[in-house]
Structures are given as C-alpha cells and as structure tokens.
Write a protein that binds this ligand. Structure first.
Ligand code: ANZ
Ligand code: ZN
Length: 874
C-alpha cells in the first residue's frame, strides 16, 4: 500500500493523492477483469472514442458514468469488465494528413498514446490488457474474415451504387464532405456517379431487428422508436400497371408500391424515378429526357436533400393501363420518386397525396377525388388547395363506394390478386448497408480482381490484407490506387497478374463488433472464442444519443449474423443502454460585415447580465467591444465554447471533474457547464478531507456499541445508514448519481454540525466518515483511497465491499400497534414509526399470542390502520 507523506495528510493536494492512489491500484490490480462464475459477471462498456487528439468533455462525461457504474458493481462483488479501445480508422486522419503531410497511421497512433495517458489520469478502472485499436491488422483481419463468410452466405454482395463525385479533385466524397451540394475543398458542384460497391444485406434482417426491439426493456424508449422509424416497416399493396403496347412497344407491367390502395381509382398518372428502367427506355428515344435525367442525377444523395428539393418532372410520352379500368395513364419522371424505395415508381393520386398534388398542379395534371372525410362532403377537385390525405370513406369508385379506407385496401388488394395484377406487400425503408468507401484509411476489402477469373475472394490463409501504413493522401483520391506494391498481386485462383480491390470498409464495420473482441483480444487464431459467450451480452452500454440509429443497428445486425454463423450464442449485444446527454456551454459571437460569424471562447468575454441574472450579451476582454450572446449550446470547436478537460484535471484534480459531472444533473440530461459548479465540487472534497483530518488527529476511535448511544448519536447513525440505502439505490438502480452525491453532502453537513468528542460519539463519526468514503469511491476514487488510509483501514478502498445499511440503525422511533384477530384484541407489537404495511403485518404475525390464534388457518385478509392497528381475518 502506498503511504501518503506527512504533508499530504494535512493538505488536500490532488496530485499527491492521485499518485498514491494510482500506485495502490497498480499493486492490487484493481482494474483486472477475470471471470469466475458466469452469473456474477458484469460487462460495463462505454462507446470507444475516435482518437482525434485530445479528450473532450463528452468523453469525460461518458467514461465517468461508466466508471461509476463499474466501480459500484465491483464493490458489490461482481466480476467486472470495463475495457477501452480506439475507433481508429476514418476521415479526420486523412484530413490531418492532407493538412500536415503526416501519414494517417502515425497521426492516429500518436493521438492514441496521448489520449490513453489522459484516460489514465482520470482514474478510470479500465483493463488496459484488452485494449483494441480498429486500425490494427490483428483486429481488422477479422472484419475481412467475417466479410468473406458473409460473401459465402450471400449476405455480402456486389452491386452498383451511387456516390458523390467531385469533378475537380476527381474523387469520391463522403456525405459530410458535401456542403450545399458542393465539394468541401473545391467548391465544385458535386455529381452523382454509379460505381460497383459491396453491400451487406441488413434488409433481410429488418423484420427481426424490428421485432426484437420489443424485447429490449433495458433500452430507452426513444432509441427504440428511432430504430423502428429507421427500419420503417410499411404495409401496403404492390400494384401492376400493364404497359400500353402502342407507346411502350413491349409487354410487361409497371410495378408500384402504395400504402393507399383504396385510392387506386383516383390515380391520374404514374411517376418513376430518374434511374428507373422505364425512364431510361423513354430517354433512348428522347434527348430532352436524357438531359433531364442527368440533371436529376446531379446534387446530393442524402435523404434530406431529396425531401427539400423542388418537385421537378417530365412527361415520357409513354402510357400504362389502369389495372381496374384499363384507362390510359401517362408515365412521368419525377425527382420526388426514389429509386431505392418500394419499386422506384408510384401511382400518383394528386387529390390525396401532397407531393402528387403539388406536382399535378405544377404540370397541369388532373385530380380525381375518391375519398371524403368521415364527417365532410365530397370535395370539388378544382377548389382544393392541398391534398386530403386523411383516411375516410371511398367515393367515385364504383363498387368500393361507401367502404372505409381500411376496408377498401383489402377489397382492392383482393380484386388485384384475382386479376394477378398485384397483392399485399411489406416494404422497409431500411436499405442494404453499402460498405465500400473509396478511401485510404480504412480496412481493405479482401477481394482480388482477375481479368480471367473475375472477383476472387482473398483466401483465409492470406489474411489479413494489410493496409500500407506509410501513405499520405493529398486530397486527389485514394493513394492506395497509386500504390503498386499494394494493388498488384497474383490471382489466388489462376496465379496470373491481378489487382487488389482498393476500396476500404465503412468504419461502422469496425465498431459493429469491437465489444466482442475485448473478451478475446489475445486470440490470434479466431475472431471470437468461448470467453465472448461468457462476458457478452454487454450488461450496460453507455454512449451518445448520436449513435442511437446507425451504430446500434449495425451492431445488432452484425451480432445476428455472427449468431447465425454459429460464432456466438447471443442475438442482441447490449442488454441495457444509457444515452448520456451533451455537455453544453455558453456561445458568444460577432457577425462580420460580410455575414460571416466569429465565435469567442467564454473565457475571453465578460458577460452582461440583466436584473434576473440572465446573460443578455457580453464584451470582449481584449477590445472592450460588445459581443452577442447565443445561449447554451453543445461544446464544440466550431463554436469556440469547448472546455479542455486536461486543464481542469491539472488545476483541480480528476476527482473534482468527475464529481462535478456526476453531481450536476442526471446522466441522460444535458449538462450545462459551470465553473462555479466545478469549484463547488472541489470545495466539497476539501471539506470532506478536513473532516477526516480533524477526526483522525485525536487518534483511533473506540469500537461502536449501538446499545450505548444517546439520542443524538442514534440520529446521526440513522442518517448514515439511510444515506447508504439511498446512495445504493441511486447508483445501483436509478442511475441518479446527482442525488447520490447530494445525499453524501447532506451527511457531511450533519457530521460537521455534530461536535461530539465522547468515545461513542467518535465511534459514530468514524463509521460515518468510512461510509462517506465508500459511497463516494465510484465518483472520487483517488480521494477516497487516501481517506480510507487516513481512517486507519487496511486494503484498497476500491476493492472494499460496498456498505450495507443496518436495519436496526434505520429505525427512527418505535410505536405500539394493536393486533386483532377477527376484530378481537390479541396482542400489541412495537414497530418502527415509518414501517410500511408489509413490515407491520410481519411484526403482527410474529407476536406469540397472535400466532396461537392464527395457527393452522389461512389468513384471508389483513386490514392495516397505519400507526394504530392490524386486524387479521381468518
Ligand atoms: C399512392 C398513394 C395515394 C400514396 C395516397 C400515398 C397517399 P410509406 O408510408 O413511407 O411507405 N411511394 C412509394 N414508393 C415510392 C418511392 N420509390 N419514392 C417516393 N414515394 C414512394 O409511403 C408509401 C407511399 O409513398 C406510397 O403510397 C407511395 O404513394 C409513395 F393518397 O401511393 B402512395
Ligand atoms: Zn484468375
């Protein structure tokens, strides 16, 4: 055990305290994770950081929450695993390389070294022996291996996909590199390009992923809703519109998907996506259409862009036939129809669909009203100012008139089925997961392109396909393409010269299973082993809400694939999920003459407040000129309102920072940064420190004898045990770390108020201070380690047992309760004044005379009059 020196024993010197605590923890191997019996394991996982260079406050908050839970569970006797790793591939490393010429590998590994040190300085009980970096070939080898297994099963496949193309830099851009439709570096208008890419068939798991959400009670409701919406299950009808032979010149039918088959008789045209085969067929005969289709293909590919763009369209001159009336309907190309959803074609019902309505009005297409609202009249098409989209009663539709929307959908679907022109169908909004990225700093896709054999999977024995680490991108595309040593290889099948795939995998692949690898990080023979089944699923996962959809959905999918391949025995990776809130700070800015905005750090301005103490503006410290106040917002570099955790750790020590984070608000809420709050946390630790120093100065306390306590001593002891009960519940069950800290603060107030130097007074105080130290260990472990030593305790506090409330100490006062059996007085019992029904009932049944009267009988009813009597009816 590392001893504190004399000086430390009197002053609260956070550096010395931390050094001594860390030395102690290293000796007792506090963070080591070993599984003994499966039923005591507890896997506490925080989302792994991207090694951007320095920790930010969001990391500190995330990892402090994880560490509090970890330490609490360990003190409660669980075999805890808390690992850490690095989500180390990705674009920022390439951007840094473009800026400084440093290869992404060096930049990344340097950052990892620095951030690892930072994490260690925060005192997290991380088992570093399991560290994983996703850019390490020993890790990504298994991405490649599983990709090949998916390829064998047909879960991974190749098809053409659309990417953003920067025509000036001649490179593919990630979505986040497209700003207002232009390349981030060149400002050139971005084009869409079709290139071959690899996809993972997540859509074939869509239904399972959706249904299983109902069996994740430990997940926040809003995350489950976001996932369900993303999966986007839609039940509707597929309808076939036979081709008009004369105009199209071929047999066949245009398929559409609709959720409103009840409006079929209101369809006045059909619309297809620009990429639809019918659009292409029409364009072959009409150069104007070619130009229009090209125009549609320009612009971004994100959904937000598609939703907001102007509704453009063009008539193809082709017709299809209405499946029920045989009427001729024109085929239009419309930019609001997505190729990737349903059939890439819609039956347009302008009277009842808003997009169709806007489109029809713009292009002079007719409206047919076929639904009226339940209470209302049939609307006149010409007078309509927007579509009537609500469900209602069918009109102007012959045999379907008078049916409700739901009834008509069924009737129309039946009729279409009879005619073989359609049937009910379920479609998902979820798309297959395109994993090809035309980027250097990622996991190589293990495929070799051979002129003779085609696309040949790299044989397992040749894995990993190692990414050369000495390349530095310069902005003009993927440097792998120019790296002959990487590209040129022999075909594994025929041995002739061939070329390696230069696309790398989406970094979401890396984060889809890293949490499994921690359990078996040292296995260089297999992706996973039995230890994964022992530790997993993760008992508590903690991370930001920004990962609510993609990361969690991909991880759930990846886990199911591994389950179906027989690699793991669980289907869902994360049993409980906690999404912590953001860390916010004040935003200050000035608008420039040309409209540009300059942000200022809160450190560089003096706020101006109104009478209510609210900030209304500020002045800049340097020039004294006014600065505008933008309210509270997420800490970010772009808003200049970040606070560097390192500066705070250096100034106040890790425990202060940890304690402030936990004390300010419950973990799911956003946390408003407050320097005053940090100082408050610091003062509290100093007060606690002083209370212990004062106490131990009079030598060891005598042994506590609860029978000897006076009223005041009993009351303080009661508060100690009530605090133990509350903090245990707050940390262990409710995750209300803020009220847990508040309860220990109140207890410290009670301690400092009592000034009892009698032997039993000091004994109670000793117990109280030991308890506070134990209860605060999860939040402020360094300080509590020192306090434990000062209080004369053996062993490391981080390995001590979590305290249990003494029920006897909790009894506030006893009162006498009358016990009746069938209304007759049979005894009196003493119970705690605050005893609940159950306790009162139990005390009554334990009374010997009462027992004689109820013996051998079933108690049919128990009537409790609180504070007065119990009547047992037999
Ligand atoms: C006719 C209709 C009439 C529609 C009506 C709606 C209202 P959800 O619920 O999201 O699944 N749709 C189908 N495929 C499309 C595509 N590829 N691109 C754009 N829109 C498409 O939406 C299903 C509805 O979205 C379908 O029902 C179709 O329009 C449209 F009064 O068909 B509806
Ligand atoms: Zn070959």
């Amino acid at each position: 055990m590392r001893q504190l020196n004399d000086k430390t024993a009197h002053e609260f010197d956070h550096r010395q305290i931390a050094d001594a605590a860390v030395a102690t923890w290293n000796e007792v191997k506090n963070a080591a994770s070993k599984i003994s019996e499966a039923d005591t394991k507890y896997y506490c996982l925080c989302m792994l950081p991207y090694p951007s260079g320095r920790l930010h406050m969001g990391h500190v908050r995330n990892y402090t929450i994880g560490d509090v839970i970890t330490r609490y569970q360990r003190m409660n006797g669980r075999d805890v695993l808390q690992p850490m790793g690095w989500d180390a591939f990705g674009l920022p490393a390439e951007n840094a390389a473009i800026k400084n010429g440093v290869p992404p590998a060096k930049w990344t590994y340097d950052n990892i070294d620095y951030m690892r040190k930072q994490l260690k300085s925060l005192g997290f009980a991380i088992d570093w022996s399991r560290e994983v970096a996703t850019c390490d070939p020993r890790y990504y080898r298994w991405n490649q291996w599983l990709f090949l297994r998916m390829l064998e099963k047909g879960i991974a496949y190749k098809k053409t996909g659309t990417v953003n193309w920067d025509p000036v830099d001649q490179t593919v851009l990630a979505n986040e590199q497209v700003i207002d439709g232009r390349g981030w570096r060149t400002g050139a208008l971005v084009e869409k390009r079709e290139i071959p890419m690899y996809y993972l068939g997540i859509t074939s798991y869509a239904d399972k992923l959706l249904k299983a959400l109902d069996h994740l009670p430990g997940w926040p409701e809003r995350v489950k809703i976001m996932q369900a919406n993303w999966i986007g299950k839609s039940e509707g009808v597929e309808i076939h519109f036979p081709y008009d032979r004369q105009s199209i010149g071929a047999d066949g039918a245009l398929k559409v998907f609709t959720t409103r088959a009840d409006t079929l008789l209101g369809a006045t045209y059909v619309a297809v996506a620009a990429e639809h085969p019918l659009a292409e067929a029409a364009a072959a005969r009409n150069p104007q259409l070619v130009a229009f289709i090209d125009e549609c293909k320009k612009g971004g590919v994100t959904e937000a862009e598609l939703a907001t763009q102007e509704k453009k369209g063009m008539d193809t001159g082709l017709f299809v036939r209405h499946p029920l009336t045989d009427e001729k309907l024109p085929v239009w190309i419309a930019n609001y129809v997505l190729m990737g959803y349903g059939e890439g074609a819609v039956m347009a019902v302008p009277a009842h669909d808003q997009r169709d309505f806007e489109f029809a009005r713009k292009h002079g297409l007719p409206l047919k009203v076929v639904v009226r609202s339940e209470a209302g009249d049939v609307l006149a098409a010409d007078a309509m100012r927007e579509a009537l989209v609500e469900h209602g009663i069918i009109v102007n539709s012959g045999v379907y008139d008078g049916l409700t929307t739901a009834q008509a959908i069924d009737a129309v679907a039946n009729e279409l089925k009879k005619r073989s022109l359609g049937e009910k169908r379920t479609v998902f909004r979820l798309r297959d997961w395109g994993i090809s990225r035309q980027r250097y700093w990622g996991c190589p896709i293990p495929i070799i392109h051979c002129p003779g054999c085609g696309d040949v999977p790299v044989p397992d024995r040749d894995l990993p396909v190692v990414l050369p680490e000495d390349l530095a991108p310069d902005g003009s595309g993927n440097p792998l393409v120019k790296c002959e040593a990487f590209v040129n290889c022999a075909c594994p099948t025929c041995g002739k010269p061939a070329k390696r795939e230069t696309d790398t995998m989406d970094t979401f692949v890396d984060s889809s299973w890293y949490y499994m690898r921690y359990a078996c990080a040292d296995n260089d023979q297999a992706m996973v082993d039995e230890r994964v089944n022992q530790w997993l699923p993760v008992d508590q996962y903690i991370g930001g809400i920004e990962h609510a959809i993609l990361h969690l959905l991909y991880s759930r999918f990846w886990t199911r694939v591994m389950h179906d391949l027989g690699l793991v025995n669980f289907e869902e990776p994360f049993t409980n999920l906690l999404t912590q809130g953001m860390v916010l700070n004040h935003i200050y800015f000035r608008k420039g003459k040309s409209g540009g905005i300059t942000y200022f750090s809160p450190d560089d301005v003096t706020p101006v407040m109104n009478e209510q103490g609210q900030i209304t503006g500020a002045t800049h410290k340097a020039d004294g000129q006014p600065v505008e106040y933008g309210g509270m917002g997420t800490m970010s570099k772009s808003k200049a309102n970040g606070v560097d955790p390192q500066a705070l750790v250096d100034k106040y020590g890790a425990d202060t920072v940890r304690l402030f984070m936990m004390f300010a608000v419950p973990p799911e809420q956003s946390l408003e940064w407050s320097e005053a709050g940090v100082e408050g946390a610091h003062r509290f630790l100093k007060r606690l420190w002083k209370a212990v120093v004062d106490h131990v100065q009079s030598g060891p306390a005598p042994k506590l004898d609860s029978a000897m306590l006076n009223d005041a001593q009993r009351e303080l002891r009661r508060q100690v045990h009530a605090t133990i009960a509350k903090v245990s519940d707050d940390i262990g069950r409710r995750y209300m770390f803020n009220t847990a800290v508040a309860a220990t603060m109140e207890l410290l107030n009670a301690i400092t108020r009592s000034d009892d130097a009698s032997p039993q007074g000091r004994a109670v105080l000793q117990e109280a201070l030991e308890s506070i130290a134990l209860l605060l260990t999860p939040m402020a472990p360094h300080t509590c380690e020192a306090l434990w030593q000062m209080l004369g305790k053996d062993g490391a506090i981080v390995n001590a047992n979590w305290p249990k409330p003494d029920p006897e100490a909790l009894v506030r006062d006893t009162i006498e309760i009358v016990v009746q059996v069938n209304g007759k007085l049979r005894g009196r019992v003493a119970v705690a004044a605050d005893a609940d029904r159950k306790q009162v009932e139990q005390a009554a049944l334990a009374e010997p005379n009462v027992q004689r009267f109820v013996e051998g009988q079933t108690i049919r009813k128990v009537i409790v009059v609180p504070g007065k009597l119990v009547n047992l009816v037999v």
